[in-house]
Design a protein around this ligand. Sequence first.
Ligand code: TYD
Length: 136
Amino acid sequence: MNIDLCKIIELPKITDPRGNLSFIEGGNQIPFDIQRVYYLYDVPGGAERGGHAHKGLHQLIIAMSGSFDVVLDDGKNKKRVHLSRSYNGLYVCPMIWRELDNFSSGSVCMVLASNKYDEADYYRDYAEFMRNRWQA
Ligand code: TYD
């Protein structure tokens, strides 16, 4: 899996003077069905999250409030993506090492995932990720 597959997906935005509305339907706006939603909040200044890769999981990462950065690494190329709009989602395909940092105060990071939580789907060791990354 190549880092170029990880892209910002612009979600539908229904603008309204009463407040805007965006929506996501599994398999429609995003290339997977949603099996799980989780979110990071109350992140202290300077904290870093992530620091792992997934073997088979597809994810969409959205800054629901505030902003943060996602650093993506496919073992060959890296890119840093700044998320700050709740109508933008960053699609992350399997076999991408990711780190999240630069959280603004009060930010909320929501993640839509293609499967339920499974620790066996993680690479938490970068060297192990690299060994397996280049076997395919
Ligand atoms: P982890 O995925 O390492 O967090 P992050 O990538 O955001 O830094 O998960 C942190 C802990 O939470 C770990 O003990 C597993 C647990 N967890 C669940 O139980 N369910 C979940 O859906 C997720 C994402 C994590």
